[in-house]
Each structure stands twice: as C-alpha cells, then as structure tokens.
Design a protein around this ligand. Structure first.
Ligand code: PAF
Length: 274
C-alpha cells in the first residue's frame, strides 16, 4: 500500500488510473470500515482510503481531541484489506487556511435527527467530503449505511453538484450480539458494552411492530424511547422515517428506523431498514 500525505503526491500517484474507488474514514478502523474497502475493491482500478479526523464536523464540546488516533494498526488493517493508496493529509495540508467556503446542505435534510442534536455537523461532513472527493477524484465512493443520514445527504450533494461519482452504500457491520460496529464503541465500559446491544434491540422491536402492520408510529417511537430511558439510556431520538429523505412517512413509503442515544458519556447511533 502506498501512503501519501499531500494532495500533490496523491494526484501524481493516481494519474495513471481511470476509475479510483474511494472509502473516506476518520481512522480508528474496525471491521465495518474494512468491509467498505473490500466492497470498493472490485468497483475500481485502484482502491483509495483516506484517514482524516475532520475538526469541522465536531462541536466544541465533542471528542475531536480525544478521538482515537490509531495510525499503525489502521495502516496494517488497510493493507490487509487490499487498499492500494492511503491518503492521510495533515490538517495543514487539507485546511492550509481557514475553510471559509463551506458546503451547506439544505435544512430539511441536515437540520433533522443528527443535525438537530449536532448543529453544523453536516456542514462539516459535506465540506470535507467535497474536498476529499475533489482531491481523490474517484469514480466510485463507498459510504456505510451505519451513518444513514450522512449517506443520504452525500448522495444528494453529489447528485446536485453533478459530480461524476457513483455513491455506493455499504451494509452496517455488527458484533455477534447485534451492536453496530463504531469507532466510539471503544469508549464503553464492560458493563456499558453489555448493555449497548439494547439500541439495536429497540430498533428490531420497532421493525417487527411495523412489519406486523402497526400504524401508530408516534406511539411506537415513544415506547421505544421510554424503554431505553428506563434502562438508563438518554435517547435523543428513536424514529421511523421514509428512507428517501428521512421525512415523516406517508402510507406506502419504504421505511428506515433510526436511533441515537447516550449510554453513560458515549453517544451511539444505529438504524435498520424495514
Ligand atoms: O463517516 C465518517 O467517518 C466521516 O463522517 C467522513 C465521511 C470520513 C467525513 O469526515
């Protein structure tokens, strides 16, 4: 695997290739990221991953400074997964001056759910993704469904800016008990890790009720929130939304259920398509 730290090195290394397939990450890689790399591999003629912890998508009180940076093991894992090029720019390389030009996704997509609880998060995500796409110029980019709203917003961004990039969705990788893999799972204590599966359990219960024909979505959502709260979680939301734009569903829409909740000091998110 070829490791590059500058945009110039990246461009010169990718020059001979016609169809780069790209997986952006913030490092601290787990099996979920590696599955995305393996999924990207047959889609292009060179597989590129990036590691960049993007300050712009963290709120001041969030974990930018303590976000796990695990460079050596990340490189070994990417190499093993078959990544050809790792782009790991410094902050000075990607943001040599304050990034005052930003991508502002529309409020109806970006100020709901994650964006409601993390104001500005999707401005930070869209801005860095646009910049990474401009550096790598991939033909295909793979994003995990674990960050369902992020995937939806990036799809729309790429479509509306007419970028010649196919956005491919990767399934959420899960631990054997059902917990969605996340870089933030490492923050959980042993007891919290045992409890953490309850988030996906709450979503599964919601999916089962919807599949059984329950139609009072507001009550199902409230019950799911209450059962998590009763176990000591602090849920931000547990909702059923339509897949296409995460708005309140109307009958016949394809649905996804999504949840975000804090367990101790760790905020976890998950979702399941119905
Ligand atoms: O999903 C992530 O890890 C990040 O939001 C991304 C897409 C790499 C942008 O920083």
């Amino acid at each position: 695997m070829h490791i590059v730290h500058t945009i110039a090195e990246l461009r010169s290394h990718l020059a001979p290739f016609k169809r780069p397939a790209f997986v952006p990450t913030m490092g601290n890689l787990h099996e979920g990221h590696l599955a995305l790399v393996r999924q990207a591999k047959p889609l292009g003629d060179v597989t590129v991953a990036s590691i960049f912890v993007n300050r712009l998508q963290f709120l001041p009180h969030e974990d930018f400074d303590t976000y796990p940076r695990t460079w050596e093991s990340d490189c070994a894992k990417l190499q093993e997964a078959g990544c050809d090029v790792l782009f790991a720019p410094s902050e000075k390389e990607l943001y040599p001056e304050p990034q005052t030009f930003k991508v502002h996704p529309p409020a109806e997509l970006a100020d709901i759910l994650e964006g409601h609880f993390r104001p500005g998060f999707f401005v930070g995500v869209c801005t860095v993704v646009m910049k990474l796409l401009s550096c790598v110029q991939p033909r295909v980019a793979v994003f995990g469904k674990k960050d369902y709203q992020q995937l939806m917003i990036i799809r729309r961004m790429v479509q509306q800016f007419a970028l010649p990039i196919e956005i491919v969705a990767g399934d959420t990788a899960r631990a054997p008990d059902g917990l969605a893999l996340s870089s933030r799972n490492g923050y959980l204590s042993e007891a919290e890790r045992a409890e953490a599966v309850q988030l996906s359990t709450a979503l599964k219960t919601l999916v089962a009720a919807l599949q059984a024909g329950a139609s009072d979505i507001a009550t199902l959502e409230a019950n799911a929130m209450a059962s998590l709260s009763a176990r000591g979680w602090k849920p931000d939301y547990v909702v059923a939304r339509r897949r296409i734009d995460l708005q309140t569903p109307t009958p016949g829409d394809a649905l996804v259920v999504l949840a975000a909740a804090k367990l101790g000091t760790t905020r976890l998110i998950d979702n399941l398509e119905v």
